[in-house]
Design a protein around this ligand. Structure first.
Ligand SMILES: Nc1ncnc2c1ncn2[C@@H]1O[C@H](COP(=O)(O)OP(=O)(O)OP(=O)(O)O)[C@@H](O)[C@H]1O
Ligand SMILES: [Mg+2]
Length: 476
């Protein structure tokens, strides 16, 4: 059950990330499925965007091959009715088509982005509500082992990271990959030789991007650690300022702080330098690809192996499909991080509350109030026992005071009566029935308690009623 306490690290390999994502998707499928319509709309938008990107250079190509250089090709225009148009009308149609292609791209990408944002916010809100509800029901034995900060991070940050990464990394990755594949397909269909030459530097650019991004991550991680160390030094010194001044430690602490401070600044500069280098590297590789295609392409055009318009399409495709490679490694890292976040959430959702209704539990009838403890043993940690062989009877209406030293187990005994914990041995009965035969909520609703430490809820509408105690709090 303490699986939720595992500190999940981001998956190291792409395969682990894929496995992780499959687990996340399967787990949240019910929530995802509810937004089927919006997601489908987003998908259609994405496909439209890719199609528009493929079509974008084509009107210009046709203008080149059929109007500017009329002898460039003997092939008819792809749409039959265009062949019968006079030149001016054809030019008008093709120029309008340029605007239409861009409009299609804009419209499709708008549609996909908006529907994806709405769908993902809805899905995430549902998952967050589910997680919050589940956390509240997890047993105290879970909560006393889990770190509060960690749980809150999971509810707030991990979930949001899932949403953000879906939109900023996962979807762009899919779109860019599909765009690349379809552009490569069209290029090979148009001219296999040119396509092959154009793609020669492609692996190089992926390699450069992966290597540089790895370095960027390393430096960034180092910088975060330095900042953590700086914060620790500062807070320690300020908290213990009396000691620092009394022992004249100011100078030494200042030097320690200064070293980390300078190094951290250097790291920031280095990260920026590396990412600027990455951008330029990919640009240069695109230029190389374009130059090589141009060099071979122009020879093909002069010998009639290709048309000027073909060259134009190639140039545009190369530029469009290469551009995302510099972000590829970044996307991958973001996705890996989000996978860890998703798994952390699932770990909690998969934790089964130790205290839960057993099969066949019934709603407790109105209690008369006869309480018996029979040979009850309990300890918070395995191996330690707070209560041993405890047996007593309390009759309805009887007033009983438990007296004992602090830490003797008085509060613990009452917690057992509320089923905040289950005894390790023995039974606790109310009106002759074991507590475990009742539904937990119906039991707690009938037991009033005034806790040692009072909690003031800042939440609007929580109204603790005297007759019901805090466990009878109603939400209005
Ligand atoms: N959540 C917990 N996890 C681990 N140990 C606990 C937990 N709560 C209480 N204990 C330990 O169990 C023992 C009994 O605690 P309990 O609170 O029942 O004592 P108490 O009799 O109510 O004391 P007091 O008079 O101070 O209220 C103590 O040793 C305490 O440290
Ligand atoms: Mg107590």
């Amino acid at each position: 059950m303490s699986s939720a306490l595992i500190k999940r690290k981001r998956p190291k390999t792409a395969k682990a990330a894929v496995v992780g994502w499959r687990r996340i998707l399967t787990r949240f499928w019910p929530e995802v499925r509810q937004e089927k319509f919006l997601l489908m709309l987003a998908w259609v938008g994405l496909l439209g965007e890719i199609l528009a990107q493929l079509l974008e250079p084509w009107p210009l190509k046709l203008i080149f091959d059929h109007i500017i250089v009329p002898d460039a090709t003997t092939l008819p225009l792809p749409i039959p009715f265009l062949n019968d148009l006079p030149e001016l009308a054809l030019l008008t149609v093709l120029t309008v088509a340029i605007v239409l292609a861009t409009a299609l791209k804009a419209g499709a990408s708008y549609m996909s982005l908006v529907s994806l944002s709405i769908a993902s916010s809805r899905i995430i809100a549902q998952i967050r509500a589910k997680l919050y509800g589940h956390l509240q029901r997890l047993s105290l034995s879970f909560h006393s082992k889990a770190r509060n900060g960690d749980l809150i991070t999971r509810i707030i940050n991990d979930i949001d990271r899932l949403r953000e990464v879906t939109i900023t990394a996962a979807v762009p990755l899919v779109v860019n990959t599909l765009t690349l594949v379809s552009m490569v397909g069209v290029m090979f269909w148009m001219n296999a030789q040119l396509a092959f030459i154009g793609l020669l530097v492609f692996p190089l650019s992926i390699l450069a991007a992966t290597k540089l991004t790895k370095q960027i991550h390393q430096v960034a991680r180092q910088q975060r650690q330095r900042e953590g160390a700086m914060a620790a030094t500062a807070s320690e010194a300020i908290n213990a300022i009396k000691v620092v001044q009394a022992l004249s430690l100011e100078g030494m602490l200042e030097t320690m702080f200064a070293t980390d401070n300078t190094k951290s600044l250097e790291d920031v500069a280095r990260t920026q330098q590396l990412s600027a280098g990455l951008q330029r590297t990919v640009e240069i590789l695109v230029a190389v690809a374009t130059a090589v295609v141009l060099w071979r392409g122009v020879q093909l055009v002069t010998t009639g192996g290709a048309t000027p318009g073909d060259l134009l399409v190639f140039m545009t495709y190369l530029k469009t499909s290469f551009k995302p490679t510099k972000k590829l490694a970044k996307y991958m890292a973001a996705i890996a991080k989000a996978t860890a976040s998703g798994e952390r959430i699932i770990d909690i959702l998969d934790t089964v509350p130790e205290i839960r209704d057993v099969r066949g539990a019934v709603a407790a009838p109105r209690f008369a109030g006869q309480v018996s403890f029979r040979n009850v043993a309990f300890g918070y940690e395995p191996g330690t026992s707070i209560l041993r062989g405890l047996s007593f009877e309390a009759q309805p209406g009887q007033r009983i005071a438990l007296v004992g030293p602090s830490g003797g187990g008085k509060s613990t005994l009452v917690s057992l009566l509320l089923r905040l914990y289950d005894p390790i041995e023995g039974n606790i009965l109310i009106d002759g029935h074991d507590l475990r035969q009742y539904q937990v909520e119906s039991l707690r609703r009938q037991v009033s308690i005034v806790l040692q430490d009072s909690v003031l809820f800042a939440v609007r509408g929580i109204n603790v009623r005297r007759d019901k105690g805090i466990f009878g709090a109603t939400y209005q």
